[in-house]
Design a protein around this ligand. Structure first.
Ligand SMILES: *Cc1c(COP(=O)(O)O)cnc(C)c1O
Length: 426
């Protein structure tokens, strides 16, 4: 493969854009190479500036559950564009999207549309603080909730990859309001809630973690969080920016049977456009201005083009009763191929991560928290990534990300991928 045009674009980008990219993981730093620049995408395929073609298992880091450029979504978006790009006034489509979300996730009694997952979680946390009158929050090491100040503490993927423990520029006093617990460790949560009795506004959690690689909640863990938060008067926030509309149409609450007080959705809900949403219990969401005293606003919130992409994507998912089963089956086939090659695999629906776990110790073959994930062999991962890329298969350029299966990954493509996995890991 030749990457001359991408290299040239990267050279032009470097003096103008930090690291040449507009989001750090795109820089490919963890896999020892420069990024390719995408020209276009269709179905499961990405095409770069040099005309190389990749089978894409990143899917824009989650939104692409239908594959790229689904004809129905594109057509609806093109029609919406012709009617104007932004009005700063309410539209019928915002109501329609809210109704669809409520149908899929009945717990979303009241909601706000925003433009990114970061904004959604930041706003949900503010609402939790406004509602409870408390300041502290608990999050989990290795869970990522966007790049807002208070949530960039032990925040997983992008930061793990670059070994940046936290971000510079976050006031210490602000980060101090964020307490960090250990995923799947009830004791760590109980201890923090006891030490900070009456002061914790919310526990924020990825109900299936997907930003330290995929890490499943162990049996009873989410139920425990539900019980203890209820007892403490602390709100439970499910950050479903990845899991929403991916694990199931109803997201993690349908997939796990555990219900939160507030939820955040992003990625799939915008169908590939900048759109996210937060919401949940009506009594809590009634705190949001202009109904209540928690302020949150956005010039481009509920953007008509983004909302159109979201509506069309959700409709396609709702009409296709077999899609989640199909995605899950295909992900299981990939998981099996990785296991046959000696890797440790965590899989939930169409999310999976193959971990290069170390070959020693009693925890061999298990990745259940941030520490387990950190112990993986990043050099071996980088070698595998590069071998896959040379064979035309693009997986996330970091050990600490999920592999996303889309509906455009046909059985034949999955089979071909399994063969390449076997060869690349031989
Ligand atoms: C991606 C992600 C976010 C941040 O969303 P952005 O749209 O990138 O700001 C928040 N939470 C989780 C769980 C995510 O995966």
């Amino acid at each position: 493969m030749n990457w001359d045009k991408s290299e040239n674009l990267f050279d032009r980008a470097l003096p103008l854009i930090p690291g040449g990219v507009n989001s750090p993981v795109r820089a490919f730093g963890a896999v020892g190479r420069h990024p390719f620049f995408v020209e276009k995408a269709e179905g499961p395929w990405l095409y770069d500036a040099d005309g190389n073609k990749y089978l894409d298992y990143v899917c824009s880091w989650g939104p692409g559950i239908l594959g790229h450029a689904h004809p129905r979504v594109i057509e609806a978006v093109q029609r919406a564009c012709a009617g104007g790009l932004s009005f700063g006034a309410p539209t019928a489509k915002e109501v329609e999207l809210a109704e669809l979300i409520h149908t899929c996730v009945p717990d979303m009694e009241m909601m706000r549309l925003v433009s990114s997952g970061t904004e959604a979680v930041m706003s949900a946390v503010r609402v939790a603080r406004g509602f409870t009158g408390r300041e502290k929050i608990i999050k989990f090491a290795g869970n990522y909730h966007g790049h807002s100040d208070g949530l960039l503490v032990k925040a997983g993927s992008g930061l793990m990859t670059q070994s940046v423990p936290d971000s510079a520029g976050v006031p210490a006093g602000y980060a101090a309001q964020t307490l960090t617990a250990v995923y799947n460790d009830e004791k760590s949560v109980r201890a923090l809630l006891e030490e900070n009795h009456g002061q914790v506004a919310a526990v924020v959690v990825e109900p299936v973690a997907a930003n330290m690689g995929v890490v499943l909640p162990q049996k009873g863990f989410l139920e425990f969080l539900r019980r203890i938060t209820q007892k403490e008067g602390t709100l439970l926030i499910f950050d479903e920016v990845i899991t929403g509309f991916r694990l199931a149409l109803g997201g993690a609450s349908q997939y796990t049977g555990v219900h939160a007080d507030l939820y955040t959705f992003g990625k799939i809900v915008g169908g590939g456009m900048p759109l996210a949403v937060y919401g949940g219990r009506r009594d809590i969401m009634s705190c949001v201005a202009p109904l209540g005293t928690v302020y949150q606003a956005g010039t481009l919130s509920g953007n008509p083009v983004a909302v159109t992409a979201g509506i069309e994507t959700l409709k396609i998912l709702m009409e296709d009763s077999g899609i989640y089963e199909r995605l899950d089956r295909r992900a299981q086939i990939l998981a099996e191929a990785y296991r046959n090659s000696g890797l440790t695999v965590n899989q939930a629906g169409s999310l999976l991560t193959a971990f290069f776990t170390p070959d020693i110790g009693e925890r061999k073959g298990r990745v259940e928290d941030y520490e387990d994930a950190c112990a993986c062999d990043r050099k071996a991962f980088a070698a595998y990534f590069n071998r896959m890329l040379e064979r035309g298969i693009y997986v996330a350029p970091s050990q600490f990300e999920a592999m996303f299966v889309s509906d455009a990954h046909t059985d034949d493509l999955i089979k071909m991928t399994c063969e390449v996995i076997g060869e690349c890991l031989a």
